[in-house]
Design a protein around this ligand. Structure first.
Ligand SMILES: [Zn+2]
Length: 127
C-alpha cells in the first residue's frame, strides 16, 4: 500500500506509539502501525484503533457527561444528542452515524446505555 499523503512506502512498525487525548494528554501504548518512510505519515490498523479505544475506556473509569451545547451532552470521547422527535441517541466519536445507539426515551437512559457499552468494551479489551 502506498502512502495516502506522498505516495511513499509504508513500513509496519510494532512498538511504542503515543497518542494525544484531549483530557489526559499523551498516552503511550505498544501498538502495531504503518509508518511512511518518506513523510512520516502514520496509518493505524483497526485493531490498533480498538486498542486505543479500550485504553481510553480503562483510563476513564467514570464517564462525566457535560452539557456543551443545547441538546448535546458529551463525555471525553462520545456524545448523546436529542433528536427532533424528542428521542436520545448515543454517538461514538470516530464511528459512523449508522452505529449510533438508541433511541432512548430520556437522557438518563441514554447515559445508562452509553455506560453499559463502555463497560462491555472495557471488558472485551481485558480478555
Ligand atoms: Zn508519505
Amino acid at each position: 500500500m502506498k502512502c495516502i499523503e506522498c505516495g511513499g512506502a509504508y513500513k509496519r512498525i510494532i512498538g511504542p506509539y503515543t497518542f494525544k487525548d484531549r483530557f489526559f494528554g499523551d498516552v503511550l501504548l505498544d501498538l502495531e502501525y504503518d509508518l511512511c518512510e518518506k513523510c512520516g505519515n502514520i496509518l493505524l490498523p483497526p485493531k490498533s484503533v480498538r486498542a486505543i479505544d479500550g485504553e481510553l475506556c480503562a483510563i476513564r473509569k467514570i464517564m462525566t457527561w457535560t452539557r456543551e451545547e443545547p441538546g448535546w451532552y458529551t463525555c471525553a470521547q462520545d456524545g448523546i444528542c436529542r433528536e427532533a422527535n424528542g428521542m436520545w441517541w448515543f454517538y461514538r466519536r470516530g464511528r459512523p452515524l449508522s452505529e449510533r445507539t438508541g433511541p432512548y426515551l430520556t437522557l438518563e437512559k441514554a447515559k445508562e446505555g452509553a455506560d453499559k457499552i463502555q463497560k462491555l468494551q472495557d471488558k472485551a479489551k481485558r480478555k
